[in-house]
Ligand binder design. Structure first.
Ligand code: PLP
Length: 404
């Protein structure tokens, strides 16, 4: 699905079209939709061919002509084109969840006897794919320190086919030196994939930094309203075929209503993400001043250890970050989280609502050690009034202190 990205699109004055404009226009074809701004939701399995000749000559992978529902419809292609253009890649395949997109990436580029390097800060279910799906098939996964940078060269083996990044890391928010890692991987003939969900394709342009494959759990900021599951994988022209074949041959397709919600969410991504960013930075700075807080794990704060790398590579920050407490126990965290009124407790993030969950990074790590106090708390700052959120956190600290 998808087409060669039109990321070099220019306006009538010859200037490069800005992302804010692309978000509104990418993948749109109002002429084909009777003038409607949005494409209809095509519910389709069987597609009828008018003649025998049409049936025989149809190409299952062509993305501007319907073939069979599983290959997508104009709703899917509009979304895929929009994501490919914003990521800056050549093609995008749409998956029924972010995790399906991660799994397809690992399975597409790795075969028996291969070795993959995965950042130790990756989303936990990505590790489960490595342990429970790849390993039994004879694919070796090795974890590396997320801040290893060019030092990745020392871990690359003759059979390393893929280096997998996630930046900032899930729960712990280390920012990776993407160009340095990509450079070393490419010198050794390995491909580079990144889970780019935190920044979304708006705030990180992975292909300009040397990445070959970019994954979005579109369930998060692209859908943006906590009401649909969706994933995407975008690749360069050169890396496309293995992904397309793996996804197409294994029947990966997302439901049309969810794809439509993805496209609708996409159109407001810029406006929402900038508000998430502003709210999160304000809350993060307030938290830095709290006596109970040891560290706020937010890449946009100057105190963050990889703040300079974040500033160099990213165009913004989203609403997800962590709090490390100076002294903590589970009773205090329970009191803190239970007393929050405007932060829901639940998995996922990227919707309009604020969320808070506890986390124990030390239980997950393999290549590195997490030595700071646990549990930490991961916050997602939604689109509510920031003053209300801070007031809520203020009263939660009182409950935290009383329970410590
Ligand atoms: C960084 C990251 N990648 C991938 C996923 C998986 O996405 P989904 O929940 O759509 O399967 C998640 C979900 O929380 C995530 O946080």
């Amino acid at each position: 699905m998808g087409q060669r990205a039109r990321h070099t699109r220019r306006n009538p004055q010859g200037l490069r079209v800005k992302d804010k404009t692309r978000i509104v226009t990418a993948g749109r074809d109002t002429e084909a939709n009777l003038g409607a701004v949005n494409p209809p939701v095509y519910h389709a399995s069987t597609i009828l061919f008018p003649t025998y000749k049409d049936l025989r000559s149809a190409n299952p992978f062509q993305t501007d002509k319907p073939y069979y529902g599983r290959r997508g419809t104009p709703t899917t292609w509009a979304f895929a084109k929009a994501v490919a253009e914003l990521e800056g890649g050549a093609h995008t395949w749409v998956f029924p969840s972010g995790l399906a997109a991660v799994a397809a990436t690992l399975l597409a580029y790795l075969n028996q006897g291969d070795h993959v390097l995965i950042t130790d800060s990756t989303y936990e279910p990505t590790r489960i794919i490595a342990e429970r799906v790849l390993k039994p098939k004879g694919i070796e996964a090795e974890y590396y320190d997320p801040i290893i940078g060019a030092g990745i060269a020392d871990l690359i083996k003759p059979n390393t086919r893929l280096v997998y990044l996630e930046s900032p890391g899930s729960l712990t928010f280390e920012v990776q030196d993407i160009p340095a890692i990509a450079d070393m991987a490419h010198k050794a003939g390995a491909l580079v994939a990144i889970d780019n969900t935190w920044a979304s394709p708006l705030f990180l342009k992975p292909f300009g930094l040397g990445v070959d494959i970019s994954i979005q759990a579109a369930t998060k900021y692209i859908v943006g309203h906590s009401d649909a599951m969706l994933g995407t994988v975008t690749t360069t022209e050169e890396a496309w075929l293995p992904l397309r074949n793996c996804a197409g041959f294994t029947g990966q397709c997302a439901g049309p209503d969810d794809v439509y919600l993805g496209l609708r969410g996409f159109r407001t991504l810029d406006a929402r993400l900038r508000q998430h960013q502003a709210g999160a930075i304000e809350v993060a700075k307030w938290l830095e001043g709290r006596p109970e807080v040891l560290q706020v794990l937010h890449p946009a704060l100057p105190n963050h250890p990889q703040h300079e790398i974040w500033k160099r590579d990213f165009l913004g920050a989203s609403g997800l970050f962590g709090i490390v407490f100076k002294t903590v126990n589970e009773r205090a965290i329970e009191a803190f989280l239970d007393s929050l009124e405007h932060f829901g407790m639940g998995y996922s993030w990227g919707g309009f609502e604020s969320l808070a969950i506890p986390a124990w990074p030390s239980k997950i790590r393999k290549a590195t050690k997490w030595t700071l106090p646990e549990p930490i708390v991961r916050l997602h700052i939604g689109l509510e009034d920031v003053g209300d959120l801070i007031a809520d956190l203020f009263q939660a600290f009182e409950k935290f202190n009383a329970a410590l």
